[in-house]
Ligand binder design. Structure first.
Ligand code: CP
Ligand code: NVA
Length: 305
């Protein structure tokens, strides 16, 4: 059977993704009960980080440790990748030694090229275009707090970035509508928007986007790799902060999510992220549980499938 990779949410069908969410909820309960479950004994996850990370690194590393396996942190500064060894050769070599590989990098094409030359599953830990592991955690969090997201409206407010693109993918797999509000010039990729048909509407007014939403989500205005644009983006995104006035346009029971790291006073007010509708700490913790479900799915032959 061909090796399965998780480069975008669309690599898995709706049934598989919903199984992952349910399994993540079970694995979380097992950790809470102090149950030891070690299905990945003697298995190793290679983790290539070409950008910084707190949550992604710690959740994958702890997840592998809890599963009885091992995670290997690889940075371009300390490997031959940083000295120009081709990504294809790195994929050929690493995938003969480790059991799965997680990559955080810049161009999405790079992870696609890597996966074409890998014998083992490749997991996208964030590229410039997508952040699918974060969406798994977001969907788990919504499901735990409110039940099924199918048929609901979600608001994405801010940059049409990697997170926004993964939310667009999620509309196709989880069956919700997405209202995106971005400043002109910062919309999501038109080709990605087009794949979702009438499930996604792109507009320029955050209050209009929040209207009728059961979930409101945002992200930094300048992503990793865009540090030099920080000043210009700050000006462009003026008026796009998710604050109490924006949340007041959403449904009364709407949740607030942010993949983190957050900038209070920029894309979100302190009153919202630290307020009663915010479940961002639960969301961050769920990275651990849902990525364990993903690793189990990809690496255990008798895992849920
Ligand atoms: N949300 C997220 O991916 O966080 P890190 O950049 O800390 O991994
Ligand atoms: N859009 C952000 C997400 C960080 C988790 C970035 O790419 O930097």
């Amino acid at each position: 059977m061909a090796t399965r990779h998780f480069l975008t949410l669309l690599d898995f069908n709706s049934g598989e993704l919903n199984l992952l969410i349910q399994r993540a909820i079970e694995l979380k309960a097992m950790v809470r009960r102090g149950e030891h479950y070690e299905p990945l004994k003697n298995q190793t996850l290679g983790m290539i980080f070409e950008k910084s990370s707190t949550r992604t690194r710690v959740s994958f590393e702890v997840g592998m440790a809890q599963f009885g396996g091992h995670a290997l942190f690889l940075s371009p500064n300390d490997t031959q990748l940083g000295r120009g060894e081709p990504i294809e050769d790195t994929a050929r070599v690493l995938s003969r030694m480790v059991d799965a590989i997680m990559i955080r990098t810049f161009e999405h094409e790079k992870i696609e090229a890597f996966s074409r030359h890998s014998r083992v599953p490749v997991i996208n830990g964030l590229t410039d275009t997508y952040h699918p592991c974060q969406l798994l955690a977001d969907m788990q969090t919504y499901s735990e707090q409110r039940g099924s997201i199918a048929g609901k409206t979600v608001a994405w407010i801010g940059d049409g970035n990697n997170m926004c693109h993964s939310y667009i993918n999620a509309t196709l797999r989880f069956g919700f509508r997405l209202q995106v509000a971005c400043p002109p010039g910062y919309q999501p990729d038109a080709a990605i928007v087009a794949t979702a048909g009438d499930r996604v509407t792109v507009m320029h007014d955050p209050r209009e986007a929040a209207s009728g939403a059961s979930l409101v989500s945002t992200d930094v205005w300048a992503s990793m790799g865009q540090e030099e644009e920080q000043k210009i983006r700050k000006a462009a995104f003026k008026g796009f902060m998710v604050d109490d006035a924006v949340m007041a346009c959403a449904n009364a029971d709407a949740l607030f999510l942010h993949c983190l790291p957050a900038h209070r006073g920029e894309e979100v007010s302190a009153s919202v992220i630290d307020g009663p509708q915010s479940v961002v700490w639960e969301q961050a913790e769920n990275r651990l549980h849902v990525q364990k479900a993903l690793l189990e799915f990809l690496l255990c032959n008798d895992a849920i499938k």
